[in-house]
Write a protein that binds this ligand. Sequence first.
Ligand code: CP
Ligand code: NVA
Length: 303
Amino acid sequence: MKRDFLALNQFTKDELDALFRLTAELKAQQKKGEPHQLLAGKSLAMIFEKSSTRTRISFEVGMYQLGGHPLFIANRDSQMGRGEPIRDTARVMSRYCDGVMIRTFGQEIVEEFAHYATVPVINGLTDLFHPCQIMADLFTVIEHKGGYDGLKFAWVGDGNNMANTWIEAAAIFGFDLALACPPGYEPATEVLRWATARAPGRISLTTNPHEAVADADVVNTDVWASMGQEAEQKVREKAFAGFCVDETLVQLAKADCLVLHCLPAHRGEEISDGVIEGPNSAVWDEAENRLHVQKAIMATVMK
Ligand code: CP
Ligand code: NVA
C-alpha cells in the first residue's frame, strides 16, 4: 500500500515523531556533508497551481540532495491548465514518477489525485491544510525548546490553512493551542470539531489576541489574505485591525517565546518589522527546516 502525505490526521503521533527523528538525522548528515542518497534514481513531480518560493526550492533541492530528480510543473504550462482531468494526469504521472507533490486550491483536488495515483502524493499546500509547513514549524520548536510537551502555542490571525493544520497538530501531539481570529475568519468547523473531539480542552478560540498570546511559548501568525483571496485584501485589513503580532503583543507571551511565521510576511500587517527581525523570531530556522523535514517525508513515503 502506498502512503500519501495529504494531512497530518492520516498519521499517528508515533509516525510523526519518527519523521522528526529522521529529519534530525538528515539535517546532521547534510551539515556534515555526508551523503544520504536515500532516493537515488527516483523522480518527484512537483505541480504548482499557486506561487511558491520556499516550497518549490526546498522540495527541489531536497530531492537533489537525496539523489533523486525533481520536475517543476507549472499548472498553466501543462495539459492540466487546459483541462486534462486530474484522474488522467494522476495515472499518467504515476507511470513516469515515483512521487508527486501538489500545491493547489481545494483539498479535494489532492485527495482525488492521490486516489488515482499509484505513487505517493504529498500536499504542498491547499486552501485547507499546509502539513509540510507545520512539520517544519514543530521541528523548529523541538530544536529551540527541546520538545513540544507542556508548551502553550498561540495563533493570531486568519483561521486559514496554517491555523487548520495547527489545530490538527495540537490534537495529535497533545499540546495547548489558543487561537485568536477576528469574527467571520474562524478556522474550518470540521477541523475544529475533529480536533476538539480527539483532544478535549486543548484548543481554545477567542477574538482577543491578548488572551491567546498570554504566557505563550510559541506565537504564530500568517498573512491576512492567502493566495486566492487577493481581492479581499482591503476588507481583511479592516477586519484584522488589532491582530498585528507586534512588540506590545509579544510582551504578553513568555520572555523566551518563539515567534513563527511561515513566510512570505507582510511587515506592518500581521507582524511588525521589529518582531520578525527581533530576538524571539525563529522564522529563518523555520524556513530552512522545510528542506530537512520534507526530505524526511519524501524518504519515508517514497522509499
Ligand atoms: N511558506 C511557504 O509555503 O512558502 P512558499 O509559498 O514560498 O512556498
Ligand atoms: N496562508 C498562506 C500560506 C502561504 C505559505 C497562503 O495560503 O497563501
